[in-house]
Ligand binder design. Structure first.
Ligand code: NAI
Length: 342
């Protein structure tokens, strides 16, 4: 099985409908925050996956209509809706993968860290339920600030005695999707061929696209590196400002998360060739969490790819050192939050 969301040259002519043919549709996926701006299109894209047998949609409100609507699509998965805290546990029972886009998005002038106070509590509560009901599931965290919400999730899972660092993922795929798009545009490359690893974290300067590791190999002037790096780091803000108070990226985010979830399901299905960038527990640097390319397998992270950090340019080396204090502070803030709560 190839990733439907990362098309390659040889499948360019594959018909859209081919993706909808029933295959081994055997995985159950829960989306928490499914009625939101990301949740709805993400649920639609997951509903299109031939690997999914059941799609559990959970939100605190408005999820019934979303589920009724989606359930009319003639793709294999069954759609079930769950509303409010009393139905949270049932939404999680037996699921193989959980995706969490619950929480508030940014408005103009806000940083991702400004969301901390609200989203930290939401993620903590949801992860407690995940720990109690599906401790073996792959957990994909979208809720910002990802740099802190992933460490919060790790601490909550530790407190519950079910933490498996190989199965906890911060979703940074949108940074890769953006980097691929902007580089292809800038260098006039075929979009489907371009792959740029993005490492570090998921906010401002902690987002570090490794342009020197772009595939296919391509050279950039110093000005191009500076311009592309800054654009990739600020791309979320570009969308926040364009939406002018109506939220942050939802459609491109749903696309990116669907790609990551599909990769996780392919890994669970036994595909031996699945790689994604993700913010995970890591020993690649001195920081306990770090985004990099990882190899996914049936048990989650099978390997963290260290080669991308070797042979960096001077620009990348400096940017890597510069992001560490901010990322470290965000990690520590998340851990402290998880410990101070009752
Ligand atoms: P939204 O406000 O449109 O939707 C959020 C949904 O979460 C709503 O339906 C709301 O009812 C639900 N929700 C709130 N509290 C909940 C709870 N306790 N349990 C379950 N659901 C709950 O926001 P949007 O645009 O969908 O963004 C969601 C999150 O994703 C934000 O934190 C945003 O910053 C983040 N995000 C992350 C990105 C990434 O690259 N990782 C990119 C873009 C956004």
């Amino acid at each position: 099985l190839r990733n439907s969301f990362a098309p390659r040259a040889e499948k360019r002519n594959q018909r859209f409908e081919n993706r909808l043919q029933p295959q081994a549709s055997s995985f159950k996926v829960a989306v928490l925050g499914a009625a939101g701006g990301i949740g709805q299109p993400l649920a639609l894209l997951i509903k299109m996956s031939p690997l999914v047998s059941a799609l559990h949609l959970y939100d605190i409100a408005n999820v019934k209509g979303v589920a009724a609507d989606l359930s009319h699509c003639n793709t294999p998965s069954q759609v079930l809706d769950f509303t409010g805290a009393s139905e949270l546990a049932n939404s999680l029972k037996g699921v193989d993968a959980v995706v969490i886009p619950a929480g508030v998005p940014r408005k103009p002038g806000m940083t991702r860290d400004d969301l901390f106070n609200i989203n930290a509590s939401i993620v903590k509560n949801l992860i407690e339920a995940v720990a109690d009901n599906c401790p073996d599931a792959f957990i994909h965290i979208i809720s910002n600030p990802v740099n802190s919400t992933v460490p919060i999730a790790a601490e909550v899972l530790k407190q519950k005695g079910v933490y498996d660092p190989k199965k906890l993922f911060g979703v940074t795929t949108l940074d890769v999707v953006r980097a691929n798009t902007f580089v292809a545009q800038k260098k006039n490359l075929k979009l489907i061929d371009v792959d740029v690893p993005v490492v570090g974290g998921h906010a401002g300067i902690t987002i570090l696209p490794l342009l020197s590791k772009t595939k296919p190999s391509v050279s950039f002037t110093d000005e191009e590196v500076e311009q592309l790096t800054v654009r990739i780091q600020n791309a979320g803000t570009e969308v926040v400002e364009a939406k002018a108070g109506a939220g942050s990226a939802t459609l491109s985010m749903a696309y990116a998360a669907a790609r990551f979830v599909e990769s996780s399901l392919r890994a669970l299905d036994g595909d031996a060739d699945v790689y994604e960038c993700s913010y995970v527990q890591s020993e690649l640097t001195e920081l306990p969490f770090f985004a990099s390319r990882v190899k996914l397998g049936k048990n989650g992270v099978e390997a963290i790819i260290s080669s991308d950090l070797q042979g960096l340019t001077e620009y990348e080396t400096k940017a890597l050192e510069a992001l560490k204090p901010e990322l470290k502070a965000s990690i520590e803030k998340g851990i402290a939050f998880a410990h101070k709560q009752p």
